[in-house]
Design a protein around this ligand. Structure first.
Ligand code: MG
Length: 343
């Protein structure tokens, strides 16, 4: 028996019956021989961690653009917080922690520079629009490894494409909007738990908000500190789901309502606040200018992934893949005259 087979046996003994066992995967787009050490979902997680798009997340905006302060979240620390929350929940529910971790680490690989400001521009100007979750799937399926893709399992890909909800329902009643595995559903809600908490924390750090601005009902129901609020949400998610015998991933109505209120509060007073909007407009201009420039100069785009795609798709992939600082540097190089340095 190989080490992988031993792990699969441990899964059989330990997992809840509603968990997604590694042996039950619907497989990869291109079939591959199983390894002797890691399960298919462990391999997917490792492929994501080793890919270039994952490393670029460290210089992509979460909320605050290219922050100078070292304590602000970036897209990378966001996905690590989502992975940590997802794993805690999955292990408590006896679900497949490796599958949840792989989905969590891969869910935001398609994010543009400058966060949702970059996404909004591409959505507006790119024919066919743009959504970061569709792009995340494109990164793992097509763009990584110079166009070969990572050839991930069906379950990880499904979790990535179904994680997003914007202002929509955190846990949708429409089955087609939800991941097919409970592990994928755990990531979807853990994403919200992570960002409402860390974005509030960063907004306080940035002095966009002060504790006295937080509605009292949020403090009363969820708690007065960052740690307490995460703890309230995670505990409620675990125990409410356990009470349903894992029929569904769920939160109690009371806590869910408070989470939704907190999300709306953040939209109104942080994401769409005047102070952030001003910088967002500048970022939008940069993304728009770069898109236009590279549409006229497609020959300058390095590593065009696949001859089958239209030139504008290459432009969109190239821009979407940029980090904040790479986009700023490229913009400067193209549009800002350099000082003459020969005396
Ligand atoms: Mg996310």
């Amino acid at each position: 028996m190989t080490i992988r087979e031993q792990t699969e046996e441990i899964e059989k003994a330990a997992f809840h019956e509603r968990a997604c066992h590694s042996t039950a995967s619907k497989g990869r787009q291109t079939p591959e021989k199983e390894g002797d050490i890691r399960t298919c979902f462990q391999r997917d997680r490792d492929r994501i961690i080793h890919c270039k798009s994952f490393r670029r997340l460290k210089h992509k905006t979460q909320v605050f653009l290219a922050p100078k302060g070292d304590h602000y979240r970036t897209r990378l620390t966001h996905v690590l917080e989502v992975a940590q929350i997802s794993r805690t929940v999955s292990r408590a529910l006896r679900l497949n922690e490796d599958l949840t971790e792989a989905i969590a680490l891969g869910h935001d690989l398609g994010h543009t520079p400058f966060g949702h400001a970059g996404e909004a521009v591409l959505r507006k100007i790119h024919p066919g629009g743009f959504d970061h979750y569709v792009q995340s799937l494109r990164v793992v399926d097509v763009l990584e490894k110079n166009g070969a893709g990572l050839n991930l399992t069906y379950e990880v890909r499904d979790g990535i494409i179904k994680h997003s909800k914007g202002m929509g329902k955190i846990l949708s009643d429409t089955p087609s909007e939800m991941a097919g595995t409970l592990e994928g559903q755990v990531v979807r809600i853990s994403d919200v738990i992570a960002y409402v908490n860390h974005d509030l924390d960063d907004a306080l750090r940035a002095e966009v908000l002060h504790t006295k601005d937080i509605p009292q009902e949020i403090l009363d129901v969820l708690g007065k500190t960052h740690a307490k609020r995460i703890d309230t949400m995670v505990r409620d998610l675990i125990y409410t789901t356990l009470n349903s015998k894992l029929e569904r991933i769920a939160m109690s109505d009371r806590i869910m309502a408070a989470v939704v209120t907190l999300r709306s509060f953040l939209f109104a007073s942080v994401y769409e606040s005047q102070r952030l909007k001003e910088e967002f407009h500048k970022a939008e201009n940069i993304v728009q200018s770069l898109y236009k420039y590279y549409s006229d100069h497609t020959g300058l785009i390095p590593h065009m992934a696949d001859g089958a795609d239209s030139p504008l798709t290459h432009v969109c992939d190239f821009i979407a893949g940029m980090t904040d600082r790479f986009a700023l540097m490229t913009f400067e190089k193209i549009f800002i005259p350099q000082r003459w340095t020969v005396f």
